[in-house]
Design a protein around this ligand. Structure first.
Ligand SMILES: Nc1nc2c(ncn2[C@@H]2O[C@H](COP(=O)(O)OP(=O)(O)OP(=O)(O)O)[C@@H](O)[C@H]2O)c(=O)[nH]1
Length: 425
């Protein structure tokens, strides 16, 4: 067990309850000094926290033993009253025991990883769960945190190891004339594995959209009511609206939760042939951003600047003025907004339907390396390469999977991943 560390696990500020966590070899001793005794592990116990002969607060104390805590070390958790002075007093007392130091950002999780309580993908899942703002993000992050990727990778590894063992056997017995040709079995294992990895890699895009959010652009002619619609959808005055056509010149972004999905709504400049060079630039940007978005809402007929893609929503604005045809909406009165939201939700859930268990670019890169190596091996098998070379390439594939779960080459990754954590996590 490492040096003992402590920090508040809850955010600073006034609250009913705050939780202070202590982890490391002296964690239980810190508890004994502050509370007079150490409660039985995993049983909540009410204790007075005292220091220098003064009661600081009444606390619910939880004790965890080595190997059975979040960090994998001895842990003491104090649920105290969430007042700023209470938290400060208890933190000061812990520091004054001289047994523990303040934790660095992400240090609790770092220890959980170092002690094998979480693999790297679970650490990422935890970060995602803490950052989750929508239902879809929460569900996905929880799945990642549960270790689903690690389990899948373990199955893939086992098959790679089987293939490697078959090939290594031919090396070991090279002089003795191996009676069986292992090529068909190795080829069978790798072909199926390759297909699975490719399927998984292809499904990352949808999962990434859940994690990072979708972009939905509102496009249409000047004065079509785009900004008013955006404000209505976002429920606040995010974009400037006015009667003067061409008010929106840059792309305005509003982040919102749409049916459980994180969505950035984009309000773009009205599309028209203008003389004004600034407006023309605005229109150029509008078209580029709208094209790159995941989905577009066309207010009014597309005027040829931009073609609707499958799934895009074609709507008619200012429905309150009697505009009809298709989906008629009014940002001003709210007419048709429910239906529009419904259609948006349907389109988004269609886009994430194939989401896999891998969720980020890092996973895509690692899988990509594995896929590349397996393809190579299959090619070499067909061309009767030396078993030693095949074995080496198979080790590359294994290495890619090990990097994915953080079994090797983690230092650089850890720095990047833990930089997103703050103190107490
Ligand atoms: N009656 C009615 N008027 C609307 C509606 N939506 C917008 N307007 C009005 O139409 C004008 C233009 O609205 P905006 O939302 O700024 O339109 P826009 O498409 O963003 O315009 P640009 O930024 O110029 O491209 C404003 O005077 C709005 O009040 C609507 O649903 N019904």
């Amino acid at each position: 067990m490492g040096e003992t560390i402590y920090a508040s696990a809850t955010a600073r500020g006034r609250a009913g309850v705050a939780i202070i966590r202590v982890s490391g070899s002296s964690a239980h001793q810190v508890c004994a000094l502050l509370c007079g005794s150490v409660p039985a592990p995993r049983q909540a116990a009410l204790r007075n926290i005292s220091w220098n002969g003064e009661i600081l607060d009444q606390s619910l104390v939880l004790i965890f033993g080595e190997g059975a805590s979040f960090t994998g070390e001895d842990v003491a958790e104090f649920q105290i009253h969430g007042g700023i002075a209470v938290v400060s007093a208890v933190l000061r007392a812990i520091s004054e025991t001289g047994l523990a130091r303040l934790a660095e950002p992400g240090e609790f999780t770092r220890r959980a990883f170092d002690n094998g309580m979480l693999d790297l993908t679970q650490v990422e899942g935890l970060a995602d769960l803490i950052d989750a703002e929508t239902e879809a993000q929460r569900k996905q992050a929880l799945r990642t945190l549960s270790g689903e990727i690690g389990k899948r990778v373990e199955q893939w590894r086992a098959r790679l190891i089987r293939a490697a063992a078959l090939i290594e056997a031919t090396i070991d017995f090279a002089d003795e004339d191996v009676p069986v040709d292992v090529t068909p079995e190795v080829s069978e294992i790798l072909t199926t594995l390759l297909a699975e990895l490719e399927r998984e890699a292809a499904a990352i895009g949808a999962a990434e959209r859940i994690r990072e959010g979708f972009e939905v652009a509102i496009v249409g002619a000047p004065n079509a009511g785009k900004s008013t619609l955006l404000n209505r959808l976002a429920g606040r005055e995010a974009a400037i609206t006015s009667e003067i056509a061409g008010t929106t010149r840059d792309v305005i972004e509003v982040r919102m939760d749409l049916a459980g999905y994180a969505v950035t709504l984009l309000d773009t400049a009205g599309l028209r042939q203008g003389e004004d060079p600034i407006e023309r630039e605005g229109i150029r940007r509008a078209v580029a951003r709208a094209e790159a978005a995941d989905l577009r809402i066309f207010l009014g007929p597309p005027e040829g600047y931009l073609d609707p893609a499958p799934g895009d929503i074609l709507a008619q604005g200012k429905a309150d003025l009697g505009n009809t045809g298709g989906l008629a909406v009014s940002g001003l009165t709210g007419q048709g907004i429910e239906q529009l939201l419904q259609q948006l939700a349907e389109q988004l859930s269609e886009k994430v339907a194939g989401a896999g268990i891998m969720v980020r670019e890092r996973h895509r890169l690692a899988l990509g390396l594995g896929i590349e190596s397996i393809r190579q091996v299959l090619l070499m098998l067909r061309q009767d390469y030396l078993a030693e070379i095949l074995a080496e390439e198979l080790r590359n594939a294994l290495r890619a999977l090990d990097v994915l779960v953080g079994r090797i080459d983690v230092d650089e990754l850890l720095g990047e991943i833990f930089s997103s954590f703050c103190i107490g996590k």
